[in-house]
Every structure is written in structure tokens, then in C-alpha cells.
Design a protein around this ligand. Structure first.
Ligand code: M6R
Length: 593
């Protein structure tokens, strides 16, 4: 979702802003803009960053600037609604990420005489700062007064048009970091945006305000007290951000899965890193495990819930954060909460974490970004070690989350339930490798089964049902084929009515116990004309099956059976000529509720 970059004190401010916004493209956006203070130049464009770049001339330059990519929430994707926004007299310029919940009240109370160009809540914020500037001695004071009355989530970058040396920033519930440079400083929604310019970062916590010049950074809390904080160096290599020879990040990230699993085996199981005695003690103390997540991470949580139920005999369930945030279910006496989030910034999940903390329950975040909001705010954090995931469709984060959950559940498991997880996960990594080497076959099959269809169904039972949910999400979010994942036995309770001549039904069969039942469901849909494609465990395969997956531990089978489904989604999308990495309407990091 929206991305922010700001810079003060660097002669190549335009380059930093544009490159930074490019690095944030993966988050999703539909318009973009930059403002350069030195010559007071504001440039905005709807559509891809190329459109903005096309408007940049060599005369547009300076040392102080802010940039923004906008994913429309309040108001359409238009230049008027694109950021940066200016106050009525043009004396303040602002970029915003988040949602100002009380913008209507603020407009009525303070800004009833103002004229607005667009429809965004963000424009209210910059007008509000200008309003308070009239009764303040300086910009910081005006900014603080505005922050005190704004309700909701925000990351702000602010420039005072009469000051060529200062960049202001503030955050609440939306991500924002300060990057410390030599003779310059930057702000960014994500460290990835500015890694080419600095590797040293400073967190801004919720409610804090920052004043940056080329040579200094001052942080203060909502009460105006100065804050001293250690800087940190994120564990990201800017080389990880390049596609290399791959046409799309998604394909690169699918291919990186075996490597991520081997890294987890090494760090979690061979070197015994990450899972601390304190975390294990807190988990042992709990009488239930509640996994909270959205989208693909929720699908991984559902698989994790099986690990805790089956290996640890602890009641475990996966909660959809976007639902639990509004109505928390009834919990056991001593619940433990595990948040799963690739980005660590998902607002729906954070909303639940805030509530969980208010209730005094212990929490762990399993994430790809250890410096993220969810990781910082929960009691414990575990990395999934997948490396940056750029494609909107999550692939390696799903399998890495499941592998880390397996490590955690096995660390808690009683002796009789313990398996040689390092060995089992190594088999998984090898199995992934062999499936990845069948790309050409899978591409041809995707073409054969999905080239012209408007809808498709994935079916499976038990762990195969869990994979069906994720397989269908992958297919629909990038190819726009309406795809649904079903528990195979549920089809005949309603959905089978949708099966007609040629409807693709993709069946996953990994579980010896339920294999014959799923085969029965295949017959049911075949006799109604379905075009059935089967992904089947090697030792359960029959002559007519389409693709065989290697045998692994049954509970870990989603880690291998998802790989062909990811590749099917990738190739079906490619064949339709769509942008695999940046599907329409979607954002990588969903930072609004
Ligand atoms: O960063 P998170 O894991 O919290 O994101 C959760 C979902 O938004 C995410 O998994 C989404 O469903 C992806 N587009 C799936 O590919």
C-alpha cells in the first residue's frame, strides 16, 4: 500500500526519491508524486512510475524532498488525489500513509472555509497543520497540535515551504523508518526503499515525531520528551532485491523456496537459534494456541494449527484477523497468540495484537521482517528467513511460515510425537527442487486446463483441503480466474451445482486415509463434465493422474503440493498476458484495516 520516501541534505534528492518509490512499487499503488523544496516543484502522475518519470526534467532537482506512491482508499486514482498534498496557501507540503478516521469532524471543526482539490483524508491533514501554524510559534508546534487531534493511522512526511533545511516525520500504526546517511538523512516506509543509500536505520515508534536535517535527527514522544534510540542495520542485502535473469519476482521466489527451507533447518534445527527458553516456557504455560493472520498467512496458520493439535495436543485454531479485530471469540483461560505476517505490517492483524495486549495475553509474531510493527510490538518474534518477498502473490513466505511453525510445534512436542524434523524438512526441500524442475510440464498443463476458463475449483481433504485454499487464492489473485478451494466432501453439499461441461477441477491427493474418498469426489465431478487435473503423491498415483509429488511427512505435505499450484497460477497468468507480480487492485503490504 502507499509508500513514502523523503530526503534532506542530499544533492541527488530526486534520484533517491524516484529509486525509493521504485523499490516500494511492489507494495501496490495507482498514482505517484514527488515534491522538491529547493525550487518548490511538485510533480504527480496517475498510473505506473514511468508516467511520473516521464514528467521529470533536469530542472527538477534539489536537496530536500518527499515522494509518495498512493493506493487509493479515499477517492479515486487521480492527480488531485495523488500525494504530496499542499495546504491552501502552499506553505506546507505533506505525504501520508494510513487512514485519518475523524477527517470529516476535523474538516467541519477547523477547516470549514478551506477549499480542497481532491477527496482524500490526507489533504485534510496538511490543511490542519496550516491552520494550527497560525497559532503556533514554529512548524513543529503546529505539526504536534495537528497530530494531537488526528485519530487513525498515519505515517507523515512534512515540509515547510519556507524552510530549505528540515524534513518532519511522524507515525502512528503505519510503517515509517528513518535512514541515517553521511551528510543527509531519509525517511521511508520500508528500509528496502533506501538500502542503496544507507544501511543504518532508526525506528520511529507510534506517537513520535521526528525532525530531520542533513546533519541531525531529533525524535520526541507525544509529551514532547526527547527520545534516544539505538540505530540498527537490517539483515537485508540490496542484491536480494534484484530479479536477476527472472522475468518476474514470483518465479524467482517460487524457486527460492527450497533454499529458504534449508536455511530454516540450519538456523532453527542444526544451530538451535531463534526459539528461546522463555518463548517455549510461555507456550507451555498456555492452554490454547490462537494463530492470527490474513490471506496466505492465514492459510499457513491453519496448517500450523494442525501441528499444535496433532503434535503437541494443545487446542489450536486459526483466526482471520480482519474478523477477530471486530469481534474477539471466547478464549480459554490461558491463551497464547501467534501472529503470522510476511510483512509484519498488516493493519488487520495489528488491530488484534493491540487488543490481545490490552487483555494481557502473551504473543509471538512469525514474520519475514523482524523490524516490522507486529514483530516489535509482540512479546516474542521469530524470523522466517525467506529473504525479501516482492511479488504481491506470496509464495516463499507461505512455505517458510509453515516450516517455522513446524519447528516451533516440534520444540514443544512430547517425546512420543517428536520426528526427525531436520531430515523431514530436507526431504521437503528436495521434493520442492524436483517439482520446480518440472516447470515446462506444469506450464503446458496450465495452458491445457486453464487457458480459456473463467472459473476453476481446487479440491482436497484434510491437509490437501488446506492447500486447496491457498492454491485457489494464488490462482485467482494473479490470473483473475474465479477460483475456489473446497473440502472435497463439501462439493456435493452445494457447489457441485456449478460444475458443467469443461469446468476445471484441480484435485490434490496426498493423504492415504482420504485418497479414496477424494477419488470418489473426482468421479462425481467428472460425471458432470468437469475437466479434472490431479496432483497426487507418488505412491498414491494412478495411470491417469497428471502430476506426481514426492512423498514427505503427511503433515508437511502442503509444503510440496503447493509448489505445482503456485507454478500453475504463475503460468496461467503469464499465458493471459497479465502482470504476474503486480495484480490489479492488490497491495503487497496491507496497512489499512
Ligand atoms: O504481510 P502479510 O502476510 O500479513 O499479508 C497478508 C495478506 O495480505 C497476504 O498474504 C495476501 O493474501 C497475499 N496477496 C497473498 O498472496
Amino acid at each position: 500500500m502507499c509508500g513514502i520516501v523523503g530526503v534532506v541534505g542530499h544533492p541527488q534528492a530526486v534520484e533517491i526519491l524516484v529509486n525509493g518509490l521504485k523499490r516500494l512499487e511492489y507494495r501496490g499503488y495507482d498514482s505517484a508524486g514527488i515534491y522538491l523544496q529547493d525550487h518548490q516543484q511538485l510533480v504527480k502522475a496517475v498510473g505506473p512510475l514511468k508516467a511520473l518519470e516521464g514528467k521529470l526534467t533536469p530542472e527538477i532537482n534539489g536537496t530536500l524532498g518527499i515522494g509518495h506512491t498512493r493506493w487509493a482508499t479515499h477517492g479515486k486514482a487521480t492527480e488531485e488525489n495523488a500525494h504530496p498534498h499542499t495546504s491552501e496557501a502552499g506553505d506546507f507540503i505533506l505525504v501520508h500513509n494510513g487512514v485519518i478516521e475523524n477527517y470529516r469532524e476535523l474538516k467541519e471543526k477547523y477547516l470549514s472555509a478551506d477549499h480542497f482539490y481532491g477527496e482524500t483524508d490526507s489533504e485534510i491533514a496538511v490543511h490542519l497543520i496550516a491552520h494550527f501554524a497560525k497559532e503556533s510559534t514554529n512548524t513543529k508546534e503546529a505539526f504536534k497540535k495537528a497530530l494531537a487531534v488526528i485519530e487513525g493511522s498515519y505515517a507523515f512526511g512534512l515540509i515547510d515551504a519556507s524552510d530549505n533545511d528540515t524534513l518532519y516525520a511522524a507515525k502512528n500504526k503505519s510503517p515509517l523508518l528513518i535512514g541515517l546517511g553521511a551528510g543527509f538523512n531519509v525517511i521511508a516506509s520500508d528500509a528496502l526503499a533506501v538500502l542503496d543509500y544507507t544501511t543504518e536505520f532508526l525506528e520511529i515508534h507510534d506517537g513520535e515525531l521526528a525532525v530531520l536535517t542533513a546533519a541531525s535527527v531529533q525524535l520526541e514522544d507525544a509529551c514532547g520528551h526527547g527520545v534516544k534510540r539505538e540505530s540498527f542495520v537490517p539483515e537485508i542485502d540490496s542484491n536480494d532485491l534484484d530479479k536477476g535473469t527472472y522475468p518476474f519476482y514470483m518465479l524467482k521466489e517460487i524457486d527460492e523456496q527450497p533454499m529458504a527451507i534449508r536455511r530454516i533447518v540450519k538456523e532453527y534445527l542444526h544451530e538451535g537459534q531463534h526459539i528461546t527458553p522463555a518463548l517455549l516456557a510461555a507456550l507451555k504455560e498456555a492452554d490454547s494456541i490462537n494463530l492470527v493472520a490474513c490471506g496466505t498467512s492465514w492459510h499457513a496458520s491453519r496448517i500450523g494449527a494442525h501441528f499444535f493439535s496433532e503434535w503437541v495436543a494443545k487446542p489450536a485454531s486459526a483466526l482471520l484477523a480482519s474478523e477477530a479485530g471486530y469481534r474477539m471469540p471466547l478464549f480459554s483461560a490461558k491463551p497464547f497468540f501467534i501472529f503470522l505476517s510476511q510483512s509484519g505490517e498488516t493493519a488487520d492483524s495489528r488491530q488484534v495484537l493491540v487488543r490481545v495486549k490490552e487483555l494481557g495475553y502473551p504473543s509471538l509474531t512469525i514474520t519475514n521482517v523482524l523490524g516490522s510493527t507486529l514483530a516489535r510490538e509482540s512479546d516474542f518474534a521469530l524470523p522466517i528467513l525467506a529473504g525479501p518477498e516482492i511479488a504481491v502473490a506470496s509464495t516463499k513466505a507461505y512455505t517458510a511460515q509453515i516450516a517455522v511453525l513446524a519447528c516451533l510445534a516440534q520444540a514443544l512436542a512430547p517425546k512420543e510425537e517428536q520426528i526427525d524434523l531436520a531430515h523431514e524438512l530436507s526431504l521437503v526441500a528436495n521434493g520442492m527442487d524436483s517439482l520446480i524442475s518440472e516447470k515446462e510440464t506444469i506450464a503446458a498443463q496450465a495452458d491445457q486446463y486453464l487457458a480459456t476458463t473463467r472459473n476453476a475449483f481446487y479440491i482436497g481433504r484434510y491437509m490437501d483441503y488446506e492447500v486447496s485454499l491457498e492454491a485457489a487464492l494464488k490462482l485467482k489473485e494473479i490470473s483473475y480466474i474465479q477460483a475456489e478451494g473446497f473440502a472435497a466432501g463439501e462439493l456435493k453439499h452445494g457447489t457441485i451445482a456449478l460444475i458443467e461441461e469443461g469446468t476445471p477441477v484441480l484435485a490434490i491427493i496426498n493423504d492415504p486415509v482420504t485418497a479414496s474418498h477424494t477419488r470418489g469426489n473426482i468421479q462425481e465431478v467428472k460425471s458432470r463434465g468437469a475437466n479434472v487435473y490431479t496432483i497426487v503423491r507418488e505412491d498414491l498415483a494412478q495411470a491417469q493422474d497428471n502430476l506426481q509429488v514426492p512423498v514427505v511427512n503427511p503433515l508437511l505435505s502442503p509444503l510440496v503440493s503447493i509448489v505445482p499450484a503456485q507454478l500453475i497460477a504463475y503460468y496461467a497468468t503469464l499465458q493471459r498476458g497479465l502482470d504476474v507480480d503486480k495484480p490489479r487492485n492488490l497491495a503487497k503490504s496491507v496497512t489499512v484495516e
